[in-house]
Design a protein around this ligand. Structure first.
Ligand SMILES: Cc1cc2nc3c(=O)[nH]c(=O)nc-3n(C[C@H](O)[C@H](O)[C@H](O)COP(=O)(O)OP(=O)(O)OC[C@H]3O[C@@H](n4cnc5c(N)ncnc54)[C@H](O)[C@@H]3O)c2cc1C
Length: 317
């Protein structure tokens, strides 16, 4: 992990830094670039524009690590409301529901938001209810992957719920040493997997610190998922890697309908559009809600130049 990335992730956890970032107008343009708004309606409005542009959406209600069972239950109620509201969107109404993976709008949620810190069984029961609700709408629920403290439990919980409800899947992070085994596991079970490089601050004992090694792992694991996975999602903004994987798809005659690229709202829109033009499925991760701070700082850490530009201007004023 680069030093700059590590500094941003560590310092953003300090309360005074959070207070400055939340209050300063200098951060506002970046916040609004990465986050669709505070409300579900704002995120639906943003999503409708993206759908018209030929891309699909996964909607994320921002927030993580609930502090009480009541908080977790309130988050799960919001997930159910999201699924109900999504079901009213024109593109969803017109969608042929038997097309696996092609749901125009699905949701991405976090197990710590379902109450994982309050208990594994509690969180699993809450998550199961959300997936059951999604199944009634023929929709899909993705469990985002959080820090390595949760990886094992996330893989276990998702694979248990999947045996009952195949309309769910999760995310694997290529920076983790364990990830080769997890990729094998997801392929064997047929669980829909989104592959990412990984966004959390992790020690070298669990994650590769060198970017080149993470990139190498990512490419090899993406190729395996593209060949043998169940509708994998290749989630990256790395244009070199995307190019290499598109060449791999062409030369191995892999069906473009059998997987999707995923990218974050506000990052590399040019690349998102050119992939659609080339006939690839592209899904945009659209986060909304007022709990945007942790998500936002992970985005800053991925591109330290953004953060340092703003900090320089903070001290000029
Ligand atoms: C759809 C989606 C879902 C994700 N879900 C998870 C998850 O559940 N768990 C998890 O740990 N991580 C998740 N991530 C984040 C992921 O782990 C990476 O941190 C993030 O995608 C940046 O890595 P990269 O693959 O784009 O490659 P990088 O090598 O970081 O970036 C490649 C290029 O992309 C552009 N870029 C990347 N990030 C930014 C940015 N923030 N601002 C501006 N330009 C940027 C730059 O041009 C950069 O050179 C998700 C990412 C995506 C796209």
């Amino acid at each position: 992990m680069s030093l700059a990335r590590s500094i941003i992730l560590k310092s953003s956890a300090l309360k005074p830094v959070e207070s400055i970032v939340r209050k300063s107008f200098l951060f506002k343009p970046l916040v609004t670039r990465f986050i669709a708004g505070d409300t579900l309606e704002e995120s639906i409005k943003e999503s409708e524009a993206i759908l018209k542009n030929g891309q699909r959406i996964t909607l994320d209600y921002l927030g993580e690590n609930t502090h009480s069972e009541a908080e977790a239950l309130a988050s799960c109620k919001i997930y159910a409301d999201m699924l109900d509201r999504i079901n009213q969107v024109d593109h969803v109404q017109n969608w042929q529901q038997n097309q696996v993976g092609k749901e125009p709008l699905n949701i991405s949620i976090k197990l710590t938001q379902c109450g994982l810190d309050q208990g594994t069984e509690f969180a699993e029961a809450n998550y199961r209810k959300v997936v059951e609700h999604a199944a009634q709408h023929h929709n899909f629920v993705r469990i985002d992957m959080e820090s390595s403290a949760y990886t094992e439990r996330t893989v276990d919980i998702v694979s248990r719920v999947f045996t009952e409800f195949p309309n769910t899947g999760t995310v694997l992070q290529s920076y983790l040493h364990r990830n080769d085994d997890d990729v094998d596991f997801m392929i064997e079970k047929g669980i829909r997997t989104r592959l990412v490089k990984g966004a959390y601050l992790e020690p070298a004992t669990v994650a590769f610190p060198e970017k080149s090694k993470v990139d190498e792992q990512y490419v090899a694991q993406a190729k395996r998922l593209l060949k043998s996975g169940n509708y994998p999602a290749i989630a990256t903004q790395d244009d070199k890697i995307i190019k290499e994987l598109c060449n791999f798809v062409e030369s191995n005659q892999i069906d473009k309908a059998g997987f999707e690229f995923q990218m974050l709202l506000g990052i590399r829109r040019d690349l998102q559009n050119s992939l659609v033009k080339d006939g690839y499925n592209v899904r945009i991760y659209v986060p909304y809600g007022d709990q945007w701070y942790p998500y936002f700082t992970r985005r800053l850490a991925e591109r330290p130049a953004n953060a340092f530009f703003i900090i320089k201007n903070l001290f000029k004023n």
